[in-house]
Design a protein around this ligand. Structure first.
Ligand code: ADP
Ligand code: MG
Length: 637
């Protein structure tokens, strides 16, 4: 069978999308490959199709448990066998996955990167024939990426045990720097890189200055039509804005990570079907949504990087029809963003103290805890020590980057039910309440497979179907469980802390400069690039985005607000070398401990291309204005 036959047979699609076929062919001929394709471009197909043509099993590394589940479910629907592993899974679930691999000859193993650190797991993988290694969201492996996850570095372990399997790395957002880094970190041999243009001809980029953003949101939505998303950075505000829009007669709902699984699924579904027009959401909304006809994406708050902005804005207009992406900007926004960078880096002493406290809180003694996973109640921890949650999360993040602690944020498990009673006996139940009777009958009607294994159930659906409240359903399920009719595992939301190394003595705890100072520079560089994008003196918005992602735009887009205002050419030409010199010297002099090229490039990318920066730096170096030591530039005395 050819790749196209596979695509038709399992997915029922008639053609490959741009670059899909190229990537498929590349991995099939055994090349290490990097595919850069915007969100929604169809990256999954690029490994799922060739995997089915290869002998053996494909290992897919992916960062989010929810994504993993979605993908595995999706494959199952197409009668393709796939399993997943992650650190938060019970031993029992793991055993089941393992059985599927051996008995049912699964074609895909999805795994979290954390899992790859486990020697037992690696040993198991070693016994299998691995046909290909796929790294989804590959930017997570790079320190320079906007979402670095140290656990991604364990992918090297996987490479070692399957040195001949080609690697396919996929991401939607990678600056040239990050792309290079991905190839290096994944030990790719002569990688073939496919890059899809980041230009989206149907998107109109707009920045609106507004001090009364909520009115502006209403204004925009009332003059446009079609499905829309409003991105906000606070959970509380998602509700406020949705309420306001509803009052003003625009149908809207809201979404954020704090809502119950069921509620989220329900709202997403209503929006997806077009029953609700506007989704007001935090960035938790987006992964895995695939709605082609989103006409407007509004950013109420400025995201901290162009990577995130582009990804979120890019949810508009998947169908290729004209769509608007609007960033709302108030005078104070830049300040808020910059302040947040500082907040993300609490003092080292604070971080060390927090490490001690977390370990004590979890009752881990010095020298213990290696490779253990602990349920962690963040709220309680913060209350106990009087921490603000944001502060605490920042510190945990840095500790995780330093390799001491990994914080796995709230994984949500749905309620599960397994009927333990014999089917015949179910029709002759005595002594249970009417509610329990109703709930039981409803479950039997709604779900299948209940007698064989635990089945995920949805309280929300049962509630709409029965008019009982969640509490009543919960009580009924408990009663049924006590009556030995069924076994009920209530849903939980738990965060975990994982220790990749045993607890360190305080005096040996070190937070390296690479995860502190360097990283702060990188983050602040990204924030500055984002602020620069929103700046009115900037040129064509699309060109700015393309340049950021390493594409040299051929012409201005002609669609964004700057192009329409006609001001895009004249205002911001790239600086000439003479003008660039003071900018560079200024920047280097503000960094007394030296600064390496990548950071200069990050900060000054809005002013000049990497090439002219490098040329100017080498000129300054030759002329003796600056010196270069261990890869860092300093001002010459
Ligand atoms: P990405 O990972 O790049 O964001 P996905 O792999 O999730 O994108 O694919 C986005 C959507 O496009 C999915 O619904 C997928 O089924 C669909 N899709 C992918 N390839 C094709 C194709 N060749 N023809 C039609 N639909 C496709
Ligand atoms: Mg994807």
């Amino acid at each position: 069978m050819s790749p196209l036959d596979i695509l038709k047979k399992y997915w029922g699609y008639d053609n490959f999308r741009p670059l899909q076929q190229e990537i498929v062919n590349s991995v099939l001929s055994g090349h290490d490959t990097l595919g850069l394709m915007p969100t929604g471009g169809g990256k999954s197909i690029t490994f799922q199709v060739p995997a089915l043509l290869m002998e053996g099993i494909t290992v897919v590394v992916t960062p989010l448990i929810s994504l993993m589940k979605d993908q595995v479910d999706n494959l199952k629907k197409r009668r393709i066998k796939a399993v997943f592993f992650h650190s938060g899974m019970s031993a029992e679930d793991r055993r089941k996955s393992r059985e599927l691999i051996y008995n049912a000859k699964a074609k895909f193993i999805y795994t979290s990167p954390e899992r790859l650190r486990n020697p037992g797991f690696i040993q198991e993988l070693r016994m299998m024939k691995i046909s290909m290694i796929v790294v989804d969201e590959a930017h997570c492996i790079s320190q320079w990426g906007y979402d670095f996850r140290p656990a991604y570095l364990h992918i090297k372990n996987l490479r070692k045990i399957a040195p001949d399997a080609p690697v396919l790395a996929l991401t939607a957002t990678a600056t040239p720097q990050v792309a290079d880094d991905i190839c290096r970190q994944l030990l790719m041999k002569d990688p073939v890189v496919f890059r899809m243009s980041f230009s989206r001809k149907n998107l109109n980029y707009i920045v609106r200055n507004s001090e009364t953003k909520i009115n502006e949101v209403f204004h925009i939505l009332s003059r446009t039509s079609g499905s829309s998303i409003v991105y906000v950075r606070s959970r509380k505000r998602t509700r406020e804005i949705a309420d306001y829009l509803c009052q003003m007669g625009i149908s809207a709902t809201f979404y954020h990570a704090g809502l119950d699984y069921d509620v989220k699924a329900l709202r997403q579904n209503e929006w997806q079907k077009g029953n609700v027009r506007v989704m007001v959401a935090t960035n938790a909304f987006g992964m895995g949504i695939d709605k082609p006809d989103v006409r407007v994406v509004i950013h109420y708050d400025t995201p901290p990087s162009l990577e995130e902005y582009y990804q979120e804005a890019g949810r508009a207009g998947r169908d290729g029809l004209k769509s608007y992406v609007v960033l709302l900007r108030a005078k104070s926004d830049a300040g808020v963003l910059r302040r947040r960078v500082t907040e993300n880096f609490p003092e080292r002493e604070f971080i060390k103290k927090l490490y001690e406290r977390v370990c004590n809180f979890l009752k881990i003694s010095i020298g213990e805890g290696y490779d253990n996973l602990y349920p962690f109640d963040l709220d309680k921890f913060c209350k106990t020590f009087n921490y603000q949650q944001r502060q605490c999360l920042s510190a945990l993040h840095i500790l995780s980057q330093s390799g001491y602690i990994e914080f796995l944020e709230e994984t949500e498990y749905r309620s599960r039910v397994l009927i333990t009673m014999q089917r015949e006996d179910l029709y002759d139940l005595r002594g249970i309440s009417q509610n329990s009777e109703i709930v039981l009958q409803k479950i039997l009607r709604l779900y299948t497979g209940l007698f064989i294994d635990y089945v995920d159930i949805s309280e929300t659906i049962i509630s709409t179907e029965t008019n009982l409240t969640s509490e009543e359903i919960y009580t009924a399920l408990l009663e049924l469980s006590r009556a030995k009719v069924l076994s009920f595992i209530p849903k939980t939301r738990t965060s975990y802390i994982y220790l990749p190394t045993s607890r360190e003595e305080p005096r040996y705890l070190s937070i390296p400069r690479t995860v502190y100072e360097d990283r702060r520079e990188i983050i602040s560089g990204r924030v500055e690039a984002m602020i620069g994008y929103a700046d009115d003196s900037a040129g064509c918005r699309e060109s700015a985005i393309l340049r950021y992602f390493g594409e040299e735009p051929i012409e201005n887009c002609g669609r964004c607000d700057r192009c329409r205002a006609g001001g895009s050419r004249s205002k911001k030409e790239k600086l000439t070398k003479e003008n660039l010199i003071p900018e560079i010297l200024n920047f280097i002099s503000s960094r007394p401990y030296g600064v390496d090229f990548r950071i200069i490039d990050h900060h000054l990318s809005a002013l000049a291309s990497s090439k002219s920066l490098a040329e100017t730096l080498s000129f300054l170096h030759n002329e003796g204005y600056i010196k270069l030591e261990n890869g860092a530039y300093f001002l010459a005395e």
